[in-house]
Design a protein around this ligand. Structure first.
Ligand code: UD1
Length: 417
């Protein structure tokens, strides 16, 4: 296990390059299963979730070659349809493989997926969507076995706009016979990126980014080269870091239009932000409470930045209520923030926060990916020395987190426990 040692209380000044989005790259890797030609992903972040997904591709028989930040995937010899249980349990995104593995091999076997422990996270919408496309599914002994001679397009109405279910259904439907209509689809920018990538490979996906997506099935897809969109959650994390620590940051390769709800909140608390040609400039000028933050599907405030904005609200002037509408148990960072001097009460899905002037250094433990990032921000903004233990969670989604923070003035280093 590893931990951060952080000497907090320094403002952040300088430039940070934002990585490609974890949540875009993972479905793109699942999409690579659909072709037997070569797929090349540029600017691919070497984060733990990506490396796990690459490992799954290797188990399926794909050849992969990761040189610097370019990942080459060659599916000419792929023939295996079983995703090993150990890898499936490592990450929830392994479930995205179902749609594309079935579309390519006519069958798929996967153990129930793992991932961050932030609530129930069922996969019923993934499975019912695939059933609608003609997949026979058998769930037994912790495994999901799928079989299908021929995928057939269908109309699928999602009970809620699940990101993963929308992606999984798209991945199966692109090679189905006939048209598929997904209604109440998720609208996240990563879905648009998946559709753009698939269309570059010869698919016909229309309407991504809206509530209705239409997919015209095609017989074959071909390889392509692609650079995924930038990571709005990493960008949001650095914006909140800046608001917490003070100073001035410039984020490069950041898409402000995908962060409108977050930027709006930060301006409300009195940060000065302007955007220009793929860059976001932020200057922190005091912190007034954002009063109410409610997470909701895109374009609302992202649940993946809830922990970070909760940490920020702890040191804002006044009280804030943070409501988590997507995941039931996504407040594991709260007891740790309280150890750092935060004043928070959680009732159900709401956290009631009374701002304090500063957090105090403490030894805290990261319980999940975004919670871990939030505790790191709390530590770099706090007075005194902190440790943040169990970096394996943070490594799932942030590449070189501590290097980037150090390059803009934070005092943070990683050591083995
Ligand atoms: C994706 C993101 C994750 C983000 C989440 C919400 C990836 C790799 N992960 O996760 O970072 O936090 O979107 O923005 O892109 N649900 C069901 N049944 C299902 C599927 C989902 O009830 O079959 C519910 C979930 O319990 C949850 C809500 O739908 O309350 C949203 O989940 P979903 O959008 O599916 O999240 P993920 O795709 O797992």
């Amino acid at each position: 296990m590893e931990k951060y040692i952080v000497e907090g209380g320094r403002p952040l000044y300088g430039e940070v390059e934002i990585q490609s989005a974890k949540n875009a790259v993972l479905p793109l890797l699942a999409a690579a299963v659909l072709v037997d030609g070569e797929v090349i992903l540029r600017k691919c972040p070497r984060i733990r979730d990506v490396m796990n997904m690459v490992e799954i591709l290797r188990e399926l028989g794909f050849r992969t070659d990761f040189i610097k930040d370019t990942l080459r995937i060659d599916g000419a010899d792929a023939a295996n349809h079983e995703i090993p249980a150990a890898l499936a349990k490592e990450m929830r995104s392994s479930i995205f493989m179902l749609g594309s593995v079935i579309a390519r091999f006519g069958r798929a076997r996967i153990a129930y997926p793992g991932g961050c422990d932030i609530g129930l996270r069922p996969i019923d919408l993934h499975l019912s969507g695939l059933r609608r496309l003609g997949v026979k599914i058998n769930e037994a002994g912790g495994y999901i076995d799928c079989e299908c001679d021929r995928l057939r397009g269908a109309k699928i109405v999602l009970d809620c706009p699940s990101v993963g279910a929308t992606e999984n259904i798209i991945l199966a439907a692109v090679r189905a016979e006939g048209d598929t209509l997904i209604e109440n689809a998720a609208k996240e920018p990563e879905i648009v990126d998946l559709a753009n990538f698939l269309n570059r490979m010869g698919a016909r996906v229309y309407g991504a980014g809206g509530a209705t997506i239409r997919i015209e099935g095609v017989k074959e897809l071909h390889g392509t080269e692609y650079t995924p969109i930038s990571d709005r959650i990493e960008a949001g994390t650095f914006l909140i870091a800046s608001a917490m620590c003070g100073g001035e940051l410039v984020l490069k390769n950041a898409k402000a239009e995908n962060l409108a709800a977050v930027i709006h909140k930060l301006i409300e608390i009195s940060c000065k932000i302007h955007t220009d040609n793929g860059k976001i400039y932020i200057e922190s000028r005091g912190r007034i409470s954002p009063k109410l933050v409610e997470t909701s599907p895109y374009p609302g405030f992202p649940t993946d930045l809830q922990a970070q904005i909760t940490a920020l609200a702890c040191i804002c002037e006044g009280s804030t209520v943070v409501v988590e509408n997507l995941f039931e148990t996504r407040f594991k960072h709260v007891p740790e923030l309280i150890r750092m001097g935060a004043d928070i009460t959680v009732r159900g899905r709401s956290a009631f926060i009374r701002g304090v002037s500063t957090l105090k250094g403490a030894d805290v433990v990261a319980g999940d990916l975004r919670g871990g990032a939030a505790l790191t921000l709390a530590a770099i903004s706090a007075e005194g020395l902190s440790t943040v233990t169990d970096l394996s969670h943070i490594d799932r989604g942030y590449s070189g987190f501590e290097y980037k923070l150090r390059s803009v003035g934070a005092r943070i280093r990683r050591i083995a426990v």
